[in-house]
Design a protein around this ligand. Structure first.
Ligand SMILES: Nc1ncnc2c1ncn2[C@@H]1O[C@H](COP(=O)(O)OP(=O)(O)OP(=O)(O)O)[C@@H](O)[C@H]1O
Length: 352
């Protein structure tokens, strides 16, 4: 049984989710202690418990500690990952519902299902635009396109947007199975082609997305960037507002976002996302701070080496690298001065 210290480094939900994906893929049993010890309210929250149940469903795992608030989980896969049709709803994990990020549940099962024999259709319900997690558009326009270059074949469809605290978003993920991933080389991003984005609301008046889009375009045009932001009024069970900006470089994609809340003017929401984008654009790296940690897992599972230059070395990145190394799947080196992450998969490690 592989023992994982959930308090290591960042001590957040990602230690758990990466461990779950790798347990499902390798068929190895895991025990995680001190789950989310680095967070104000440690233990499994609704999103994490949903990810646990999702990972268990695809490999028929037996578990101990799979309850809300639990700081320990034992997870023993019972079969190779089974492709197929699944539905995972974050609000099932807690009475009264939850807006836990469905995108993080999606990332937990994505690679296990992509490597399994057969195609899959996964319906996910929960939050699609939750602070401190990838918004839906980031998954659709940054993460999946980049991982597709490594051989993944997946598409997502958004049926409803979901915001904190009500959730209620829905996404369908379609996956071609039996994929073999190859490494990625992302050291130079090339010139910026354009910035595209959406300024979206549900159950709020149309002047709000208009103001967000207008402000974002103005800020970006002032910085001499070509920008096209689409204002959208969409379906959702509760009010919500947010903006996602995608910077499209010749060789890379990067995403920046902000979620609105009561008392925060639409223009300020736009400004927050633009500031992140401009800060990234000033640097030379092709890989934004979030993709930096999210690319480690596909790179470790690839049949060839990867290297990429990141804008920032976060504790999410160093922690995720540590988790992956606990499974002996890859050698990961992070060059602090060059900000280059190198992943050499250990091809001798026995994937089930
Ligand atoms: N704005 C964003 N855009 C894209 N990805 C993001 C964004 N914010 C956070 N992420 C990603 O979401 C993940 C969050 O991991 P983290 O360990 O913080 O998990 P969590 O389950 O949300 O945890 P916790 O409640 O424990 O903080 C990381 O992969 C991070 O890169």
């Amino acid at each position: 049984m592989i023992e994982i210290d959930g308090s290591y480094g960042e001590g957040g939900g990602q230690v758990l989710r990466t461990s779950l994906s790798l347990a499902a893929i390798t068929g190895k049993a895991i025990r995680i202690q001190k789950i989310r010890a680095g967070r104000q309210k440690p233990g499994l929250a609704a999103q994490h418990l949903t990810a646990v149940r999702a990972a268990a469903a695809i490999c028929q795992a037996e578990m101990r500690g799979d309850a809300l608030g639990s700081t320990m989980l034992e997870f023993v896969p019972g079969s190779p990952v089974q492709a197929g049709e699944y539905t995972f709803d974050v609000s099932d994990a807690r009475e009264g519902g939850s807006a836990g990020a469905l995108t993080l549940v999606l990332q937990t099962v994505l690679l296990p299902l992509a490597l399994a024999a057969g195609d899959s259709l996964v319906t996910l319900r929960g939050g699609t635009q939750v602070p401190f997690s990838p918004p839906f558009s980031y998954i659709e326009k940054v993460y999946l396109p980049i991982v597709s270059r490594m051989g993944l074949q997946a598409s997502v469809k958004l049926n409803a947007w979901g915001w904190y605290p009500q959730g209620g978003g829905e996404v369908e993920l379609r996956l071609v199975g039996d994929r073999t991933l190859t490494g990625i080389d992302l050291l130079e991003r090339g010139a910026l082609r354009q910035v595209r984005g959406v300024a979206v609301v549900t159950q709020l008046p149309s002047h709000i997305p208009d103001r967000m889009a207008h402000r974002a375009e103005n800020i970006l045009h002032e910085a001499n960037l070509k920008a096209n932001i689409t204002p959208l009024r969409e379906r959702g069970i509760a009010p919500g507002a947010g903006i996602v900006l995608i910077a499209e470089y010749q060789n890379s994609l990067a995403g920046f976002s902000a979620v609105g809340r009561q008392g925060l003017p639409a223009e300020k929401v736009a400004q927050l996302a633009c500031e992140e984008l401009l800060d990234f654009h000033e640097k030379v790296a092709p890989v934004d701070v979030h993709l930096a940690d999210q690319l480690l897992l596909p790179a470790a599972l690839a049949s060839s080496a990867s290297q990429y230059r990141v804008a920032e070395i976060s504790t999410h990145l160093t922690t995720n690298a540590w988790v992956i190394q606990q499974f002996g799947l890859a050698e990961i080196t992070i060059n602090e001065s060059e900000k280059i992450v190198a992943i050499a998969p250990n091809l001798m490690s026995n994937l089930s």
